[in-house]
Design a protein. Structure first.
Length: 407
């Protein structure tokens, strides 16, 4: 969402006023979505991840309301038939978790308010209008984007600031406690801390961050969304996490980041067959991620493509979080390379991105061939899976969340 455009700012103001009425000029907390380039299912294992923030956002337009409560309106929810209204007070007791599936979205907002209270922030009442050009359920972290944008808006209303990593932890806590997904820290961190034109290399053990410039001369990362989100996603996610934690316990280490070949030799026999595979994925994915960051710096396209492909095979066969639709897109991307001569060598490699069980693949593509690749993939996807290909987007590495005036 481009807030440097006057029309966009005017439209947001108009929508806000149509819900909450006239008053002082509102401000806007803008938070991007994210695509993880590599380092999948490593964050909750204390490992390395390399995501970028993308040029699709959640916007939370906000203004103080002088009440002892928040009033919320979520425009995107209205479009999908959910209940777009919520209101709650400013103390923990006044912010219960909601059971109503039509208002599931509101738990993310409530969870953030509670996480801020727990960190000593004295909340002040405000009206929040939430809208987005970031699709939900496509694996682009719409939830982390919502949490961080809401967090920034609530902090601004309270007249407080917070360290960006601390804000990311508050947002993650909201997801754990109010949405029931035990996610890692990658999504919230990149949403809060990304730098335009860069990928964010995050060490999830030390929380050290390196901004890696992306200059790939005529090449860029793109996503192609399967358009599916399997129901298994969050339960299987929590299961994988539990398997990794169990393996780490057997090895006597805090997280699998510290697992070594020696651990495997000595104690591998105590792991189940699937735990063995999970460990292998995490160990090799950390190595791939470190290498990938180096290859990006050097612009080594072939190596980047190779690491993407390897990461996918590892996620598909060892971590078992892929699905037929993702694997089909992967097969087609490779086929485009070999079979279709005019598209030859336009895609260096690809892999599923995000938690898995649906969502998108991320591919390294030649920028001026993107429309043809998109069309070719959509055709093959329809032929094989009898489904429309979802969102296709050439990615611009974007800046992290920020608060901006609208007038
Ligand atoms: C989801 C979670 C992240 C991370 C990825 C897998 O997006 O929110 O924390 O674990 O899955 O890499």
């Amino acid at each position: 969402m481009d807030l440097s455009r006057k029309q966009v700012r005017a439209l947001l103001c108009k929508e806000f006023v149509s819900i909450f009425g006239p008053g002082v000029a509102p401000r806007c907390a803008l938070a991007p979505g994210r695509v993880n380039l590599i380092g999948e299912h490593t964050d909750y294992n204390g490992g390395l991840v390399l995501p970028i923030a993308i040029d699709r956002h959640t916007a939370v337009v906000f203004r103080p309301n002088g009440l002892k409560s928040f009033r919320i309106f979520a425009a995107a929810v209205k479009k999908t038939g959910g209940n777009p209204n919520d209101a709650f007070g400013l103390t923990r007791a006044a912010i219960p978790k909601l059971g109503d599936p039509k208002k599931h979205w509101a738990n993310y907002v409530r969870g953030v308010a509670v996480a801020l209270l727990k960190r000593g922030v004295k909340l002040k009442g405000g009206d929040l209008y939430i809208t987005a050009d970031l699709p939900q359920g496509a694996g682009l972290s719409s939830s982390a984007s919502l949490e961080v944008a809401v967090g920034l808006a609530m902090l601004a209303l309270a007249g407080k600031t917070m360290d960006r990593q601390a804000l990311a932890f508050a947002a993650q806590e909201a997801e754990h406690t109010y949405a029931g997904v035990r996610c890692g820290i990658m999504d919230q961190t990149v949403v809060a801390r990304a730098k335009a034109g860069h990928a964010l290399l995050l060490d999830c053990k030390s929380l050290a961050v390196r901004h890696v410039p992306i200059k790939l001369k005529g090449w860029a990362f793109a996503i192609f969304d399967t358009g599916v989100r399997h129901k298994l996603a969050s339960s299987e996610y929590n299961k994988r996490r539990a398997e990794c934690e169990h393996a780490a316990k057997i090895f006597g280490v805090k997280t699998l980041r510290d697992a070594t070949v020696e651990h495997l030799l000595k104690l591998g026999g105590k792991l189940t067959a699937s735990e063995h595979k999970r460990v292998r994925h995490v160990m090799t994915e950390n190595l791939r991620t470190a290498q990938f960051a180096e290859f990006i710096k050097k612009g080594e396209l072939r190596e980047l493509g190779r690491e993407l492909n390897y990461s996918h095979y590892s996620l598909s066969s060892d971590y078992q979080v892929s699905c037929p639709e993702l694997d089909d897109l992967m097969a087609s991307v490779q086929r485009l390379d070999v079979v279709s001569r005019h598209l030859a060598l336009t895609c260096k490699g690809a892999r599923m991105t995000g938690g898995g069980f649906g969502g998108a693949i991320v591919a390294l593509v030649q920028i001026d061939r993107f429309p043809q690749i998109s069309k070719g993939l959509a055709k093959l996807y329809m032929k094989h899976m009898k489904k429309e290909l979802g969102l296709r987007l050439l990615l611009t590495p974007s800046a992290g969340a920020r608060v901006l005036p609208l007038s």
